[in-house]
Design a protein. Sequence first.
Length: 108
Amino acid sequence: MILKLSFRNFLKNLKLSIFLIIGTMISSALIVGALSVNDSIKMWNERKITENFGVADARIVRRGVLPFQQLPIPEYVISSVMKKGFISKILPAKETLGRVEKSGMFMD
């Protein structure tokens, strides 16, 4: 009974039904795309830090509004982490996106 009723309403409002299905598909694709871009940027940042500085025990990141926007960490945060005694050495590294040309080759 319910299947018959829903099928009849689907055919009666065909334009609206198709519009709703397409809208749901587009919004789902946007959500999945945004989540995958966020994960890709995060993994790229971690890989670049490992390639440039070696394996680290910890990494402190102050996130901005956008996933690729990283704000500088205030000095009081670094000093409070050093005072705890868990960390013996801190290497501050500023992450920026850019291309460097060296001997005709480009590096990121």
